[in-house]
Design a protein around this ligand. Structure first.
Ligand SMILES: [Zn+2]
Length: 304
């Protein structure tokens, strides 16, 4: 066991830049002979393993890091800036295949994603994306996933993250969430939400027009009245709930419309109404509006 009195020792957390460098407790292979320094931690790793995985490391070991070191001496390690030792530990854990079975910590996976992108480690990127996608729902917030999708060009995350954000009241979002969403997307989100509100109120006030009477009907005014009343009680009124997080969504309204009993309608007219609702597929407008915005966001993301 090393001791602090005998130079750097494994396991001692780095203090500040003025202290002696610490030896990585996890990745210091004396036989490897390639020294890398991240923050205040010295790693001794196998350059061949890193070079096989990373385009950037391949060039780095060719030319040496900052200070033109070839990393062959403990005293002159290749220094990697703008990276934390925790992030580097997580990347090496992946590279050296030291991962234990899931569950993984979301941030550890994000670390691998970031450094894989930074150093062009294609497998690492795919590996991190795969495992982030298998995390339990909510492990990484929708705002964070949207931010990552932009940073690392993961277009398939935009739709699910945005759909989730549309359902969250804007006042629930923290300043950090807002920053991650980005001002431009936040504006798009707010405008879409407003437009959806208008559509929902419009739909709630005016029930879908009823079909022409069946030829058996001799009092269609009564049918229309029954339709309007039941629509208002079971659907319209609920869509207009003042707390919009409790208001009935278009999707639920579509399902609810099919369940209306409409007992006061003439059976033939009722059948016609039900068939018409089924045929129309209910309220598509909400999904259509959201999908349109997502398509645009994905397009924009591809231009970044
Ligand atoms: Zn009728």
């Amino acid at each position: 066991m090393h001791n602090a009195d005998h130079g750097p020792s494994p396991g001692n957390p780095p203090n500040d830049c003025e202290t002696d460098p610490q030896i990585s407790p996890l990745f210091f292979f004396p036989d490897a002979g390639d020294y890398i320094k991240v923050e205040n931690v010295i790693y001794c790793i196998h350059q061949g393993i890193l070079r096989a995985k990373s385009v950037v490391f391949n060039e780095l070991f060719e030319t040496g890091g900052e200070g033109v070191s070839d990393g062959k001496m403990f005293q002159k390690p290749i220094f990697l800036p703008q990276v934390t030792s925790k992030e580097f530990d997580n990347l090496l854990t992946y590279i050296y295949n030291r991962w234990t079975p899931p569950p993984y910590k979301p941030q550890d996976l994000v670390d691998v994603l970031r450094l894989s992108a930074l150093w062009e480690i294609e497998n690492g990127t795919h590996w991190a994306i795969y495992h982030i996608e298998t995390l339990p729902k909510g492990a990484i917030s929708a705002a964070h996933r949207l931010c990552l999708s932009r940073q690392y060009q993961i277009h398939q995350w935009i739709g699910p993250a945005f759909r989730e954000l549309v359902k969250i009241p804007l006042t629930y979002l923290s300043a950090e969430d807002e920053a991650m969403i980005g001002w431009r997307t936040y504006q798009v989100l707010a405008k879409l939400r407003e437009a959806l509100e208008v559509e929902r109120k419009r739909a709630a006030f005016a029930p879908p027009p009823i079909q022409t009477p069946s030829f058996m009907c001799n009092d269609h005014t009564k049918c229309v009245q029954a339709w309007k009343e039941e629509w208002w009680k079971k659907v319209g009124k609920k869509m207009l709930h003042p707390d919009w997080t409790k208001a009935m969504s278009f999707r639920d309204a579509s399902a609810e419309m099919l369940k209306l009993e409409l007992t006061d309608m003439l059976p033939d007219c009722r059948k016609k109404v039900k068939a018409s609702i089924e045929g129309s597929g209910g309220f598509q407008i909400e999904d259509d509006m959201i999908n349109l915005v997502i398509e645009k966001l994905v397009e924009e993301n591809k231009q970044l």
